[in-house]
Design a protein around this ligand. Structure first.
Ligand SMILES: Nc1nc2c(c(=O)[nH]1)N[C@H]1C(S)=C(S)[C@@H](COP(=O)(O)O)O[C@H]1N2
Ligand SMILES: [Mo]
Length: 422
């Protein structure tokens, strides 16, 4: 027996394709990926490890499960320079996650007035304005409607929020994005229950937090795919994500998915609230403002190898990351391993869903020399993720929202991965 990993399509006796060559444990040799300290233990082959010698913890010790204590470093990333009081954010540790679903405890957070503690029994959703029948719903009322579940990303328009790229890790750079399965009732059904009056063109959504965050949403989006969400990844929303009810607008900038939703006011015009005028409006180089900037454009990031990580040895490494677009499905992701001179198609992991994370992968042989790796997403509309220089040439630097530029990583000859634009 050898611990060398072989590809699935090879018979186990063949040695055609070996992924791990240098640094891999052969029997009696060193240990894969383990440091010198770990090699001191008696728990390694051929010994029987101590956790096999007695029964483990009984179930019931933890009524709500938590990750292994050995994963305690996989946590949300909270800025140490920004005051985390009323206006706060925390970033998803994208570089530590696999697949396309962000676990609820690691979902990014952004709030403008703290996290309210809402008793669902005392929470109501009011629907009024240009409707035939103004209605007030309890959470139980909303749960009586037909439900639906869909997987979508959510991204803050301030992700990363600066034209000057700063930060070390994928999380520092673009951690204000996450992806989950959302369950709730289609907003269209709820609007139909009230009956829209002629002239109903906008729906103004208001949150029940101290910020009373308010945004005007075009009626077309409300009737297309907006959801009134009460559950995320199978369980009820977390307080940070809008418990007990949030609006969810697939593909639109995060701040429009109003959390702790208390009111939907159907109007003929947008209300020009603070969050759609002084904030989240993009001032262009010619002095005009890009209003409104609803859609999050195609974007991708390599999460492994990525900033803060280190390649252990030359040889095989899988390059993997996530891509997403507010305009629909990801059509292609291209990866360059030679500083943008040539690009290859990465393999897209199924399912490729609309307005959701798509995981991409590219097998790569690192020759041990310095390298520059980067990914660019192309969505089903044909839109290609731009470089930072291309983006700044068009949009200027008067504002810092909607930065969907390519983020290259530099790999040093010692395997260290750093932000190539910093
Ligand atoms: N009521 C309310 N809704 C809100 C916010 C808020 O502060 N109050 N923040 C918005 C912003 S800026 C973003 S990016 C998303 C973040 O959602 P999350 O914290 O669930 O990731 O919620 C939006 N909805
Ligand atoms: Mo945001």
């Amino acid at each position: 027996m050898s611990s060398t990993i072989r590809s699935d399509d090879d018979p186990v006796t063949a040695t055609r394709r070996r992924f791990l060559t240098a640094g891999t444990a052969a029997l009696g040799g060193a240990v894969v990926g383990a440091g010198a300290a770990a090699a001191e233990t008696d728990n390694l082959p051929p010994n029987v490890p101590e956790w096999m010698k007695a029964p483990g913890e009984p179930t019931g010790g933890q009524l709500y499960g938590t990750p292994s204590p050995f994963e305690k470093g996989v946590v949300r990333n909270i800025s140490t320079t920004l005051k985390q009081y009323i206006s706060a954010s925390s970033r998803s540790p994208l570089q530590d996650l696999d697949g396309i679903i962000t676990p609820n405890g690691l979902f990014y957070e952004r709030h403008h007035g703290g996290v309210p503690a809402i008793d669902p029994a005392q929470h109501r959703l009011m629907l009024h304005g240009l409707v035939e029948r103004p209605l007030i719903f309890t959470i139980e009322d909303l749960r009586r409607f037909p439900s639906e579940s869909r997987i979508h990303f959510l991204e803050c328009s301030g992700n990363p929020g600066y034209s000057k790229p700063y930060g070390k890790t994928a999380s520092d750079l673009v951690g204000l994005v996450s992806c989950a399965e959302w369950t709730g009732v289609s907003l269209k059904l709820v609007l139909q229950e009230a009956g829209l009056k002629p002239g109903a063109k906008w729906v103004v959504a208001e949150g029940a937090d101290a910020a009373a965050l308010t945004r005007s949403i075009p009626i077309e989006k409300c009737l297309e795919d907006a959801i009134l969400v009460y559950s995320q990844n199978g369980e009820r929303l977390r307080p940070q994500q809008g418990y007990p009810l949030r609006l969810f607008l697939p593909g639109f900038e995060g701040n429009m998915s109003v959390k702790w939703l208390r009111r939907l006011h159907v109007t003929a015009e947008p209300v020009y609230s603070r969050e759609e005028t002084s904030k989240y409006t993009d001032l262009l180089p010619d002095g005009t403002a890009r209003e409104f900037s609803f859609y999050m454009e195609a974007k991708s990031i390599i999460t492994r190898p990525s900033g803060g990580q280190r390649l252990s040895a030359p040889g095989f490494h899988e390059i993997t990351g996530i891509a997403w677009s507010g305009h629909g499905k990801i059509a292609r992701v291209e990866v360059s391993v030679d500083d943008g001179r040539s690009w290859q198609d990465a393999r897209l992991q199924e399912p490729v869903l609309t307005r959701a994370f798509t995981r991409f992968r590219l097998p790569w042989q690192w020759d041990g020399k310095p390298a520059m790796i980067q990914s660019r997403a192309i969505d089903e509309t044909g839109y290609v993720q731009p470089t930072l220089a291309e983006l700044l040439a068009v949009r200027g630097e008067n504002y810092f929202y909607h930065n969907n530029a390519i983020w290259p990583w530099r790999i040093d000859d010692n395997g260290e991965v750093t932000n190539a634009l910093a």
